[in-house]
Design a protein around this ligand. Structure first.
Ligand code: FMN
Length: 316
């Protein structure tokens, strides 16, 4: 997810059981221009494999070139194409979900990328259509299969919906029935029981989790346990676990961005840590206190004090 799932956050998700991960989307032209930030966004570590790199754009030639560059430099396990982003600045270039109202261009683009990287598995992430009067999910998915796309993730919303309303899993099910390649269902999975129900009802090969992971990276192990029939109960995440994740994400982020973060204090981290504080008793106060932290050690001291306070409260 753009601006959230950098290499540090993805490492946290991997450690919490994510099976397969994809980078945030990166513009093909930015990669071709050798934009440093763009290449930073597609970075990953060996332990994060299997990893996909997701690119977006609207020009077959530049998408093919960027795909080639990514595959040569990063050797991802698969390359993923974004046909889902609803952001104005993306669709105004006819990229992301903008391509769903321009399917001939979408197919040209897929063909160009496939020809450019014949040996790397190619996947796609799409919404179900531009709006409810033009649902193209099944048509696009069947065409992509013919073009050699090896798996498709479907977010069950239209571009017009943005992130409002609910994901429509009936359309995801229709795609899953229409093609023989793996279909990964996506939209509004927040816990294990919902994942099992959606997976069974829609007949999808996998479940993709987005926003829920920001506050709850433990969701990956929860969903996996549920899908494997090990545990269908929702596990309770303790304050200790939340703090461990907060510290771990801070460590990872400081490691990854050490050179750029030199002059910044920890206040910058708050946006990243914010979702992880949900569920901590007194979380609003904790966020204020995190804002005051200047160094990692301050954060560790805050954790120790908060956990000590909680255990005192429990014994009272
Ligand atoms: C802030 C934000 C950034 C996102 N960035 C991307 C992205 O770069 N690539 C992508 O395929 N989807 C992106 N998405 C969409 C999610 O991957 C996912 O399809 C959507 O949030 C629905 O799934 P969820 O209910 O599990 O979050 C983004 C979503 C959000 C909220």
């Amino acid at each position: 997810m753009a601006r959230h799932t950098d290499v540090a956050f993805r490492q946290l998700c991997k450690e919490q059981g994510a099976d397969v991960m994809v980078t945030e989307f990166v513009q093909s032209e930015a990669l071709i221009r050798d934009n440093v930030k763009a290449w930073e966004m597609v970075d990953f570590t060996e332990t994060q494999r299997p990893m996909g790199v997701q690119i977006f754009g609207a020009t077959p030639k530049s998408m093919a070139k960027a795909a080639q560059m990514v595959c040569e430099r990063m050797r991802p396990d698969f390359l993923d194409l974004n046909f889902g982003c609803p952001a104005h600045k993306v669709i105004e270039q006819n990229a992301g979900s903008g391509l769903l109202r321009c399917t001939p261009l979408l197919y040209d683009l897929v063909k160009a990328v496939k020809d450019a990287i014949p040996d790397i598995p190619l996947t796609a992430k799409m919404r179900i259509g531009w709006d409810y009067s033009s649902i193209v999910a099944v048509e696009v998915a069947t065409h992509l299969e013919k073009l050699g796309v090896e798996a498709i993730a479907v977010h069950g919303r239209t571009k017009e919906q943005g992130y409002s309303g609910e994901a429509n899993w009936d359309w995801i099910a229709q795609v899953a029935h229409a093609v023989s390649i793996p279909v990964i269902g996506n939209g509004d999975i927040k816990d294990g029981p919902t994942a099992i129900r959606r997976q069974r009802e829609a007949g999808v090969s996998g479940i993709m989790i987005g926003r829920a992971a920001l506050a709850n990276p433990w969701i990956f192990s929860e969903v996996k346990a549920a899908l494997n029939g090990v545990n269908e109960q929702r596990p309770v995440v303790s304050a200790q676990q939340r703090w461990d994740a907060i510290i771990r994400l801070t460590e990872l982020t400081l490691e990854v961005h050490a050179s750029r973060l030199g002059s910044r204090d920890m206040g910058w981290m708050l946006n990243r840590l914010h979702p992880l504080t949900y569920g901590l008793p007194g979380s609003r106060k904790i966020r204020d206190q995190i804002r005051q932290c200047k160094r990692l050690d301050d954060l560790r001291q805050l954790r120790d004090a908060h956990l000590a306070e909680l255990s005192t409260l429990r014994t009272c």
